[in-house]
Design a binder for this molecule. Structure first.
Ligand code: G3P
Ligand code: MG
Length: 375
């Protein structure tokens, strides 16, 4: 309800600014549509619909084809990105603004979205959240009740990061509640979650090694490693810069390499985003629920069977590998706007897609033709 109010408020703001007309929210969808399509689409974000904050590959036009003339969403689609660091509701608003179509929070699946499935296990335990943006708010929204961002956690321990005085951007100290500092210091951290890309690799690797090798009590003796979860393991991704940037997988390699050289047992960790089949299973469930919402079929909520689910991605090692491994009903499509830079007749040798296209718009045009959804 709050998300819908936010969407309405943001739509009003946009119309005041005379920005392009936005399309309908899911709540406004009519029940006139009777037969759900037998297909759905999952769009990767970085390198497919956006580079940095700039739409690419005709993405706004392509997405508009998925709504009818009155702005009713007709094709079930979601964004399936390994990116994150903000709540799904906030990301939905940002995407709506950037792409000119109204996206519901239920259409945004981020690398960290599957962390929700771990709430039962860590609901009241002390956990540390790492990454850019608002990693702790993301985790709190999922239901974790005792989460602290690593920025604040590090400030609880004097001199834990000897380089801190040289970090000109570090302005958080004053904001930390000292009472909380004291209680946190003596409590064991039960798990660490890498929610989004680490901003300060040197500090985060240092503090995570302290947590992980001591059983969750930095500065104490060795102890069993608490569980460590990564939102994903992308070694590189396509941002605004011409060549790819190091991602969370590169950070994982750095952490693992250092941890393994100071600890007798190898680092144990789990990555839940693409290409993990869990991410694709979860995406299928989300798309099924979306169909139930679109077609008001609450009696059989989430039971729709898709003949085909198209995954449109730019990274063969992540989007294509993952959808190939997930198998039926996934149909991987590779664009040439991101990590994959082969020529127009080539495919990836190790993880070939079912189809290689130049842009996301080409991919959507193919899907609409293939599914006989031509206007
Ligand atoms: O950090 C984000 C990046 O690793 C990939 O994002 O949208 O290409 O899955 P995306
Ligand atoms: Mg991508």
């Amino acid at each position: 309800m709050i998300a819908l109010q936010m969407l309405r408020k943001s739509s009003q703001t946009r119309s005041r600014k005379q920005l392009p007309r936005l399309f309908s929210t899911i709540s406004q969808l009519s029940s006139q549509q009777s037969t759900p399509p037998s297909f759905g689409i999952a769009f990767d974000i970085d390198g497919v619909v956006l580079r940095g904050n700039t739409p690419i590959g005709g993405a706004p036009r392509a997405l508009r084809r998925l709504y009818d003339d009155s702005g009713i969403l007709k094709i079930p689609f979601i964004f399936l990105t390994n990116g994150g660091g903000v709540r799904e509701s906030k990301r939905a608003l940002e995407l709506s603004e950037l792409l000119g179509v109204e996206i519901s929070p239920s259409q945004v699946v981020q690398g960290h979205s599957p962390f929700k499935q771990l709430v039962n296990r860590f609901e009241n335990e002390l956990i540390v959240a790492v990454g850019k943006g608002e990693p702790a708010s993301v985790m709190s929204e999922y239901g974790f009740k005792n989460v602290i961002p690593i920025d604040e956690y590090a400030l609880c321990f004097e001199s834990i990061d000897p380089l801190a005085p040289y970090k000109k951007w570090n302005t958080m100290e004053a904001a930390v509640n000292s009472a909380r500092k004291c209680s946190i210091k003596s409590e064991r951290v039960q798990a660490a979650f890498i929610v989004s890309d680490s901003v300060d690799w040197s500090r985060d690797i240092q503090v995570l090694c302290d947590i992980l090798r001591t059983g969750g009590l930095p500065g104490s003796g060795e102890g069993p490693q608490p569980p460590l979860y990564f939102a994903h393991d992308d070694f590189k991704y396509q941002g605004a810069f011409p060549s790819e940037r190091f991602g969370m997988g590169a950070f994982r390699i750095a952490l693992e390499s250092i941890f393994n050289s100071i600890h007798s047992e190898a680092l144990k960790y789990t990555s839940l985003g693409k290409p993990n089949p869990v991410a694709f299973k979860n995406a299928e469930v989300v798309l099924k629920l979306l169909v139930s919402t679109l077609y008001h079929d609450h009696a059989h909520s989430g039971s729709h069977d898709f003949r085909t689910l198209y995954m449109i991605g730019d990274n063969p090692f992540v989007d294509i590998k993952g959808s190939r491994q997930a198998g039926h009903p996934w149909f991987p499509i590779l664009t040439r706007t991101g990590v994959f830079k082969g020529d127009c007749h080539s495919n990836h040798a190790e993880f070939p897609a079912n189809l290689v296209v130049d842009t996301v718009e080409d991919a959507v045009n193919f899907i609409m033709r293939n599914e006989s959804y031509e206007p």
